[in-house]
Design a protein around this ligand. Structure first.
Ligand code: ADP
Ligand code: ASP
Ligand code: MG
Length: 419
């Protein structure tokens, strides 16, 4: 059994759905197809959720946009009397019922029960389209089988319970192909949860782990994992083989091509992960697997934008020692802020975090009670794996760096954004 994952870019229009169907058609044998919301639907649903939560009258027009985007795709794929219209109408009604009821006070809970419609709609369309094309498949509402805690918007999976439920649900004696949603899940009491933005890669990896898949393929708009984002670096090249360790480091440092949580579930079961182009399905792309020998990789360059660099100095001049550091870490954890780089001296501690404007001011005020705080917002963190002097000269040049750090394999630079 194999797992295929298709992201939003691959199903952004009717041609994308047809292309998905052709890729699935050429695959023989048992298959789980995991799909994200179409195009930028999740962003639109975020706007819808905000409008609903803040009682903004824009709710109606956003809902209209959501419907017309999907109906335009459906109109060009199906005959007018197809069952798909009934299936979609049901989903739109369910969403409208939520929008016309009073919201709870918990934003994250409301977010998850609204945002899930992107994936529910896309998988409904795709499952019905594959059926029309003669590809026998079963639609699965993954919220019933992938179980999480109640940490809305970034829920944690209950692997044992999900394993039992998924192995029962994905019974290949009943169908050769299953179509299901990435990114969304459910609690034991059937409340909808999500796994973090861009989390569909992670769902594919989880299902592969729980169902003991042979391999996982994530179909992207790039030819594989490259040594830089091709949108930023025109000399980027595909890396044909990569170890799990390299892949987890790259995604952690911010290479957006794979969600950072994807590697652990597949590494734990030694399942290979293929990253391939849905535009050129004949190409082999990248394989990520256990690799024992030393692979010589080219320098890999990652640009993590929208960072904030802070430097803390204790007001009473006490050393930045273990207790101080653990106190700072506790504050970071309290605000769910992700630390991307750190450096300390006798009485100063500098670190880079993802900018999160929603909590930044309160976070800052809390730090200022004990520390003198200097900070730069909107800086970028450049990471170069397997660096050499030539690539550092090419990427960084003479740009003045705010912080610089080098280990044996990785060089990192914090730069002002306008450079
Ligand atoms: P999905 O359609 O699955 O959501 P994403 O858009 O999240 O796919 O990821 C694909 C994008 O990742 C590419 O369009 C590319 O711009 C970006 N990217 C960033 N770093 C890399 C890299 N090292 N190799 C390939 N693509 C990269
Ligand atoms: N649709 C979700 C998002 O845009 C999940 C995903 O695409 O992976 O974040
Ligand atoms: Mg994505």
């Amino acid at each position: 059994m194999k797992v295929f994952k298709f992201g939003g870019a691959s199903v952004k229009d009717a041609a994308g759905v047809k292309n998905l169907s052709s890729i699935v058609h050429h695959q023989h044998g048992q298959l789980v197809v995991v799909v994200s919301a179409m195009g930028k639907t999740t962003n639109l649903l975020e706007t819808l959720c905000n409008a609903y939560f803040h009682k903004d009258p824009k709710v109606a027009s956003i809902m209209k946009e959501l419907k017309s985007f999907h109906l335009a795709i459906v109109d060009s794929l199906f005959p007018l009397n197809d069952e798909v219209y009934k299936h979609l109408e049901e989903l739109f009604t369910n969403l409208e019922n939520i929008l016309s009821s009073e919201s709870s006070l918990c934003y994250d809970y409301e977010y998850d029960r609204i945002i899930c419609f992107g994936e529910l709609i896309s998988t409904t369309i795709i499952s019905d389209y594959l059926k029309m094309e003669g590809i026998d498949n079963q639609f699965i509402d993954i919220r019933k089988y992938l179980k999480t805690d109640q940490n809305y918007r970034n829920a944690n999976i209950d692997l044992e319970l999900s394993g039992q439920l998924c192995r029962e649900a994905f019974d290949f004696n009943t169908a050769p192909v299953f179509v299901t949603q990435g990114f969304i899940a459910g609690t034991r009491t059937n409340q909808t949860t999500t796994l973090g933005r861009e989390g569909s890669d992670y769902t594919a990896a989880l299902l592969a782990n729980l169902l003991n898949a042979e391999d996982v393929t994530i179909w992207k708009d790039v030819p594989g994992v490259m040594n830089a984002d091709p949108k930023e670096y025109d000399k980027a090249q595909v890396i044909s083989r990569m170890s799990y360790k390299e892949a987890i480091e790259l995604s952690h440092f911010g290479a957006k091509v794979i969600h950072p949580k994807t590697i652990k579930p597949i590494q734990n079961k030694q399942i290979p992960l293929y990253v391939r182009s849905f535009l050129h399905p004949e190409s082999t792309g990248t394989v990520i697997q256990e690799i024992d020998e030393h692979l010589k990789l080219p320098p890999i360059y990652i640009n993590k934008a929208n960072q904030c660099l802070l430097t803390l100095t204790p007001r009473d001049f006490s050393f930045i020692a273990e207790e101080k550091l653990s106190h700072i870490f506790a504050i970071l954890a309290q605000y769910k802020l992700k630390l991307n780089l750190m450096q300390n001296s006798a009485i100063s501690f500098s670190f880079c975090i993802d900018c999160n404007s929603a909590v930044f001011n309160t976070f800052l005020e809390q730090l200022q009670e004990e520390f003198e705080v200097r900070y730069n917002q909107n800086v970028k963190l450049i990471t170069i794996r397997h660096y050499n002097d030539e690539i550092i000269r090419e990427i960084i040049g003479d740009s003045p760096t705010l912080v610089e750090q080098r280990s044996r394999t990785t060089a990192q630079f914090v730069l002002r954004n306008h450079i």
